[in-house]
Structure formats: C-alpha cells, structure tokens
Design a protein around this ligand. Structure first.
Ligand SMILES: Nc1ncnc2c1ncn2[C@@H]1O[C@H](COP(=O)(O)OP(=O)(O)OP(=O)(O)O)[C@@H](O)[C@H]1O
Length: 321
C-alpha cells in the first residue's frame, strides 16, 4: 500500500551557542519501510526523534528533502499538488491535540462534512447530512450533537470528531499522530478501542504514532522504533515485546510496566541513561551509541544499516553483524 525508501526531511535552522551560522537538522534521516493493506504500523521513539515530521512527509504536508514515497505503486517524487490531493482522498490524518485540530468556528456537521464538500462537491447537502449523521454514530457520538461547536465537547469527544472527519471520505489509511497523548488514561483506552473496531469494520490500515511502547502495543501488528531521525528496529509486535533486538528498544521497553509478574525481562532490563543528543550535532556512526551500554569501536565509525536479524525483525545495530 505504501513504500517508503530512504526518506530524508532536513530543516535549515539557526545554529546555537558557538555555532550561530545556519545548520542542517536531519529530522528524518534515511527511513525505509512498507505498509500493507489493513495493517497497523506503530511508530515509537522519544520526543524529537522525527515521528511527526515523518508522518507529515508521507502526505507531503512537509516536503521531503530526498527519498521516495510510493503510494499504491505510484512514486510520488515530483508529483503535482493535484496528485497529492488524490492521495489525500485515500489517506487521512488524526492529530495529537483534538481541540486545536478542530476549527472553533465550525459546528460538528461542518467539520465532519468539510472533506466531502472539498473532495465530493457533486454530493447534495442531504447526502452530506446523512453521511455525517451515520459517521457520528459510528464513532460513538449522536445526532443531537450535530450543531454543537468544538468547545462544547471533552477532549475524548473532540478526538472522536477528528476521527469521524478523517473517516468520512472512506480512506484506506489513517495516519494517527499521537492521537491519545493529550487525553486522560481512561479516555485513551476508549479511543484506542474505537480505532481498533473501526479498523476491523472498514479494513483500514493505520499508522499509529506514540512516544511510548505501552500505547502502541494494543493496536500495532508491526512496530518501527525511531531515534534521532533513524530507524533503530522494525519488527513484528510479538517478537519486539518478547525479544527486542536493538539496545534502544530494550531501554524503551524497560520503562513499560509489566502487568503479568510471570513475565520476566531478566537480563534485558536496561535503563536509558543520559540525554538525547542535539539533533544538530548527532553522534558519528550509530546515533544511539552515546547512550548504549554495548557500544564498541565500530559503532562510532560506521552507521549500521537496518538489516534482518531473523524473519520477524530488523535492527540497525553492529551487535548483529
Ligand atoms: N519546521 C521545523 N523547523 C525546524 N526544525 C524542526 C521543524 N519541525 C521539527 N523540527 C525538529 O525536527 C526534530 C524532529 O521533530 P518531530 O516533531 O518530528 O519529532 P517527534 O518525534 O514527533 O516529537 P514529538 O513527540 O515531541 O512530537 C526535532 O528536533 C524538531 O525540533
């Protein structure tokens, strides 16, 4: 459904401290992965590792600096805005801050109906109304809320409205950028379950971005772990939780509480020490090496490529070469 090859998104930013001249910040630095129809791919990593930039570049909301994004077999390099418009009919986004992502001057009918008015102008108003009503029920809201405004809803309800807006064009994929991070924990579970149900009913593919592994566990089939703009590990969910390969994934997993005391992490426990290096001056070689307990000489000298460790996981780590 989607193939991403060696994708780069670089920003030119003002330098800091002793380096006031403009510098290049590589927010996404050579990311490759595939997404299959109906699949959920979780993308995790600490704040600032490039998850949102990657998500936006997939839809050209931020232009890629280099690399390929191939949608349904079509290479989008050099595509016109009309070509991207056609992709966005099939691919929608749900954003992190539910209230901020809704136009405060529009009521629910206008918000959810807007994509229909843009992409399906031939539909009569009565049909738009019928589709919006049906979608509202689908996401757990009701018709009585059609003419209300965003500020009249809770965070969880606003996110339901955002999901309804994303689904109204019957897309094949939804990119969810930290859709539950701004919500209370009890509401998070409701929204995750809603997304899971909708995915099953509509055979949707989901890209689900979160900053911790506990959240993506319940929705993803495969998980991509990012650090400083690079992919550290890409693995089948069960493999990743049972036997994480990359030391960064192990560190992230150590921060996730284990509900079942019979499950032992044993020697895999590893806390993440030190701070995320500045993305303006990333370490040479493997970007994780300055915080990695297993780093050795080669890690500083050469960048490890993402390669298969077994048929269920790939890691970018010299420990496996
Ligand atoms: N428009 C921009 N101009 C300059 N730098 C940017 C821009 N957008 C993002 N960045 C930088 O790119 C890096 C990646 O940011 P991004 O928001 O993609 O990370 P993230 O993993 O999604 O973080 P978070 O979880 O906090 O949203 C960060 O260092 C950020 O400061």
């Amino acid at each position: 459904m989607l193939s991403v090859r060696d994708l780069h998104v670089h920003f030119k930013v003002r330098g800091e401290g002793f380096f006031p001249e403009k510098r290049v910040l590589k927010a996404v630095n050579g990311v490759s992965f595939d997404l299959y129809p109906g699949e959920t791919l979780g993308i995790v990593g600490e704040s600032g590792c490039g998850k949102s930039t990657l998500a936006r570049a997939l839809l050209n909301l931020i232009p890629a600096t280099a690399g390929q994004v191939v949608w349904l077999g079509r290479d989008m390099s050099g595509a016109s805005s009309a070509d991207w418009q056609a992709v966005r009919k099939n691919v929608q986004m749900v954003f992190q801050d539910p209230l901020a992502s809704l136009n405060p001057r529009m009521n629910v009918l206008q918000i959810i109906g807007e994509p229909l008015r843009t992409h399906r102008p031939e539909l009569p108003a009565s049909e738009v109304l019928a589709r919006v009503k049906a979608m509202l029920v689908r996401v757990g809201l009701n018709e009585a809320q059609l003419y209300r405004y965003p500020h009249e809803f809770s965070g969880g309800q606003c996110q339901r409205i955002g999901i309804a807006r994303a689904l109204i064009l019957e897309p094949k994929l939804i990119v969810c950028d930290e859709p539950v991070s701004a919500l209370d924990v009890s509401i998070q579970a409701q929204i995750i379950n809603l997304l899971k149900d909708l995915q099953k009913q509509l055979n949707l593919a989901l890209v689900f971005i979160a900053h911790d592994l506990a959240v993506v566990k319940h929705v993803s089939q495969r998980i991509l772990v990012m650090y400083l703009g690079r992919v550290m590990e890409l693995a089948d969910k069960h493999e990743l939780y049972a036997d994480p390969k990359h030391p960064y994934t192990r560190a992230l997993l150590s921060a996730v509480p284990i509900p079942d005391p019979k499950l032992e992490r044993g020697k895999q426990i590893q806390m993440l020490s030190g701070e995320l290096p500045s993305p303006l001056r990333p370490p040479t070689g493997c970007v994780f090496r300055t915080r990695c307990p297993h780093a050795f000489e080669r890690c500083a000298a050469e960048v490890p490529a993402l390669e298969a460790v077994n048929e269920r996981s790939q890691a970018a780590c010299w420990l496996y070469r």
